[in-house]
Design a protein around this ligand. Sequence first.
Ligand code: KG4
Ligand code: ZN
Length: 342
Amino acid sequence: MSEQKNRFILGIETSCDETAASIVKNGEEIVANVVASQIDSHKRFGGVVPEIASRHHVEQVTIVLEEVMAQANMSFKDLDAIAVTEGPGLVGALLIGVNAAKALSFAHQIPLVGVHHIAGHIYANQLVGKLLFPCLALVVSGGHTELVLMREHGSFEVIGETLDDAAGEAYDKVARTMGLPYPGGPHIDRLAHEGEPTIKLPRAWLEEGSYHFSFSGLKSAVINTLHNASQKGETIAPADLSASFQESVIEVLVGKTLKAAEAYGVKQVVLAGGVAANKGLREALTSAFAKFPEVNVTIPPLSLCTDNAAMIAAAGTIAFEKGIRGDMAMNGQPGLPLVSYE
Ligand code: KG4
Ligand code: ZN
């Protein structure tokens, strides 16, 4: 029997505030992984400033690429393809990664593959273990909250999405109102574990059977609770408010995931996106599915939940195998829809 050749794919990710490059073997094994975070530069503005993000990507992209090649001890001729986040994200930020990928692809004559950022977050799970189909992905990040059904590799069916704010966005806005630093998600998560969910807050279940989400009502309820208290000269314990907010978010996320998993008879549930780093969500999802041992629950390690390029290389490997190719006309696409690899 002939041995299958190993496939090495370089991933590049610059859609928001991390400049990242990674080399992944056969779509499953990280060979090298470099992430340069810009969080410190955006912190004092309370959010990501697109212009600053682009400038940092320009400064960092070559350094990060050199570092990843050195870490892997590989040269460009060893690569089978270059996968890059094509969208969605900040246009100026995306363009830096796309242009770096195009330049390398052209100079070294290596195939180019465009990757959807969310497909990347989902495929972070393939770096943990092989996906089992049908698979349901709960995608929770700063810009997205989606339930994605996958019937096979490269097939993405969005069965539910947020009608307003993304989960991470709600975390960051609530944190900002509470005077916590950016990004607020990890701070609320930490505080939530120090408090009790004593404050009554709404749960947006929407109409019966809907897999859509809505977090803006909850966000407003938290902001109103804080304003009302300050007008009355009362104080609210940040830990209790965090615990109450987090409970409301998690109950809806996990409740809808359970319902969808049952309705579609999935074999696996995977968690994806920056909010997947949330300790409360990780615990709640694991314990909710403990009653369903036939469903495998996979949660990536923290470093693969937030933006990275290993996930882009992993998703890029599947896209490459399905024959997806980019060309020199590739552009950053801020509103790129998630479509299946045909
Ligand atoms: O996936 P990601 O790194 O970037 C986007 O693609 O948006 O996600 C960033 C989001 C931020 O909103 C951040 O507050 C949130 O993930 N986040 C968390 C936690 N860690 C990061 N949210 C809740 N709990 C956490 N522990
Ligand atoms: Zn992301």
